[in-house]
Design a protein around this ligand. Structure first.
Ligand code: 5GP
Ligand code: MN
Length: 339
């Protein structure tokens, strides 16, 4: 993979561009994709954003979100756009398998594939150009860096700003995670000076849920949370019946995995959700427990050092058992944690 700086001289020659991101895009995946979209459109490119799957409705306020194509809903149209593209930007994922059913179409496309991502161990061989930096807070921060590097900082309009802010803010846990560098604050200061209204974005993202979701969280914390003090670990497991009972939609469970980390002494928090077609896992840790390696080893996943995910086709009870067994195999690291 060559440096993304190689494409900068060609930015002013209009191209057919596709931007995509990981399945079930979160704030950073959608925010970075749409931020880049609004930038490239101003340079005259013909740009389509294609998401591998649907996304949480709390992202719908983002400018341009209504133009994003859901690959699962419009597969043949998407395949045509992907086949004709000259550039395909792949944002906020490290391996093509994170695009689920879109993977083959992306791999077979003739376009130059360009990676912008901050996850560990990227599949560099499938990208012609790119930038991978695991020290970055978010892909949105990296899109901002790319725009600055390109020399077109005047193209950072309100639409670009709103999308990039949403990406950085959500991936840094509202600027609290260790990845929130001085550079992140400098970037945000720049967006604010350009006129960004940040508090509106917090409201759009966090104050727009249903009553059902809050009651679902109440039930989950009361009845679906297990604490393993001997491993400094908390586990939430959610059945399909719970999802149906509370009418839980994509995105409604986001952030839930973080709640148990507020308990004194908890170093590792996990959530396992029975989504029907698969069991989806999320892992969050504090300090020195590496959930990227943990997710890779036991749950066919990956991510970052302190935030990772995975999945399993086994039944929920089997995945829970596997997790508990994995805890015992990691007993030394988990039980001797220094707070
Ligand atoms: P989340 O738990 O919020 O789904 O994801 C946490 C982090 O791990 C995100 O950066 C996400 O992209 C990554 N991640 C989540 N699930 C998977 C997975 O199945 N495979 C890989 N490689 N990364 C994942
Ligand atoms: Mn991200």
């Amino acid at each position: 993979m060559d440096s993304i700086s190689n494409i900068i001289p060609n930015l002013t020659a209009p191209k057919k561009v596709v931007i995509t991101m990981h399945q079930k895009p979160d704030g950073d995946a959608m925010g970075s994709a749409l931020g880049l979209f609004h930038f490239l459109v101003q340079l005259g490119h013909q740009v389509n954003v294609i998401s591998p799957t649907n996304w949480a409705s709390f992202l719908n306020w983002m400018p341009g979100c209504n133009t994003v194509i859901d690959y699962e809903k419009e597969q043949s149209k998407s395949d045509g756009i992907i086949a004709n593209a000259e550039w395909i930007f792949c944002l906020d994922f490290n391996t093509m398998s994170r695009t689920k059913k879109m993977e083959d179409s992306l791999l077979n496309a003739n376009a130059e594939k360009i990676l912008i991502d901050h996850h560990q161990q990227p599949q560099v061989e499938v990208f012609k150009y790119g930038v991978s930096d695991t020290t970055k807070s978010s892909t949105a921060e990296m899109v901002y860096d790319f725009i600055i590097q390109s020399g077109f900082s005047e193209k950072i309009n309100n639409e670009v700003s709103q999308c990039l802010y949403a990406g950085v803010m959500t991936d840094t846990g509202s600027f609290r995670f260790p990845s929130t560098s001085a550079g992140v604050h400098t970037m945000i200061a720049d967006l604010l000076r350009k006129g960004l209204k940040h508090s509106v974005i917090h409201e759009e993202l966090y104050d727009n849920f249903s009553e059902n979701r809050l009651r679902f969280i109440g039930n989950t914390l009361l009845n679906r949370l297990q604490i393993f003090y001997e491993y400094n670990t908390a586990l939430i497991s959610i059945t399909q019946q719970d999802l149906i009972k509370y009418d839980i939609k994509t995105g409604d469970t986001e952030g839930l995995v973080n709640y148990p980390l507020s308990i004194e002494g908890i170093k590792l928090a996990a959530i396992i959700i029975d989504r029907g077609e698969e069991r989806k896992c999320s892992f969050r840790s504090k300090g020195s427990f590496d959930v990227n390696t943990f997710a890779r080893k036991y749950f066919d996943g990956g991510g970052h050092y302190n935030a990772a995910g995975g999945q399993s086709k086994e039944p929920l009870e089997a995945v829970v058992s596997k997790f508990i067994k994995a805890l015992s195999e990691n007993k030394n690291e988990l039980s001797t944690y220094q707070f």
